[in-house]
Design a protein around this ligand. Structure first.
Ligand SMILES: [Zn+2]
Ligand SMILES: [Zn+2]
Length: 275
């Protein structure tokens, strides 16, 4: 049934890949929530493996409480970030410096600064030299969620469809069916949530090939993972941690933020992937 007109005509309904809502093309056009470009994207992707996120699910900012939203907007204001404008890399750096002071009461280290620049690149997959306002907003919304919410509360934000997909991925990794996978397997999957469509043809999906989850079928490109992950760290991680057993409940808690981060239709990466 269409979310807007509440009429059921199966032939031209476009389903959301995250929630249970469906929409008529014409009803969305009339509402004016989506621009022509976004409507075309819906027509192109809603019935494919990639799928399409409706405007509720696409907007990660809607996951914040009113207070969280207010605090985020205040920080924007203090940093002279103009809502609805594009952000260039210097502005992002300046903003993150300020936000770090505001949220964590300390300056960014050189390493963190580099990370911000890597994040900028991930948010600008088409290398336009700026990031879109919505991508910036979604990224910052995730930072707030990560900082203020428990993993359990993020699990509660997941929809039935998202839990089902996560379950399938988990079962795909638990080949001996003992209900437990390893920490390193769990971490690797976090990349597989990004089954987005990208406009460029640059291919760095090789590292995902070994993963056998249904989410990976038909992915042609998973975004700028390669360039956003510096070749450092990882190696110092102890072997015991890599092999630490991860149950289904652990897996869901560890994955929740990444599953949420993969909601937007944009080809930008809205979170730093674990290295
Ligand atoms: Zn309708
Ligand atoms: Zn939805």
């Amino acid at each position: 049934m269409c979310e807007v007109c509440e009429v059921w005509t199966a032939d031209d309904l476009y389903p959301c890949r995250i929630c249970t809502r469906m929409f008529h093309d014409g009803c969305l056009r009339e509402l004016g929530y989506l621009r022509a470009e976004a409507l075309q994207e819906m027509r192109d992707t809603a019935h494919t493996v990639t799928g399409w996120s409706c405007y509720y699910c696409d907007n990660l900012n809607l996951l914040l409480t009113e207070e969280e939203m207010y605090s985020l907007m205040e920080t924007f204001k203090q940093c002279k970030i103009i809502p609805e404008s594009c952000i260039v890399s210097d502005e992002l750096l300046q903003y993150r410096h300020h936000a770090s002071k505001h949220l964590f009461d300390k300056d960014l280290t050189d390493e963190q600064e580099e990370e911000v620049l890597a994040q900028f690149a991930a948010l600008d997959p088409e290398k336009k030299g700026h990031i879109e306002w919505s991508d910036f907003l979604y990224f910052e919304s995730l930072v707030v969620l990560k900082k203020f919410r428990s993993e359990n509360s993020m699990v509660r934000l997941l929809t039935a469809k998202e839990r089902n997909t996560a379950r399938t991925v988990f079962l795909g990794l638990d080949l001996d069916e003992d209900g437990v996978i390893t920490r390193s397997e769990s971490r690797q999957t976090q990349q597989s949530w990004y089954h987005k469509q990208s406009k460029d043809s640059q291919s760095c999906n090789v590292r995902l090939m070994g993963l056998c989850s249904p989410m990976n079928c038909g992915i042609s490109h998973v975004g700028p993972i390669c360039e956003s992950s510096p070749a450092s760290s990882g190696s110092e991680r102890s072997k015991t941690d890599e092999n630490r057993p991860v149950t289904w409940a652990d897996f869901l808690r560890e994955s929740a933020i990444y599953v949420l981060a993969a909601r937007p239709n944009s080809s930008a990466m809205h979170i730093r992937l674990p290295l």
